[in-house]
Design a protein. Sequence first.
Length: 81
Amino acid sequence: MTGHQWEQLYHKAVLETDWSIMEERIQAAEAGIKERLHEFSLNQVETSEENRAIADALSGLRSLRSDVAAWRGDVRVERPR
């Protein structure tokens, strides 16, 4: 781990065991990632390794958010297109 703030926030979300605050952790991680992506656009110092890690983290957060929705009973059935 390189120690970027977004990574720490992501790990807090993934390791959270209290479903009632999981969404808050997910939002914090997404905000950290958004901030890091903004830094990329300003400094143009991104790495392909970190880009892959961010893509993986975003995918993981989407899955986690889906789990939270299921826990809350908010899951809606998607209709086929």
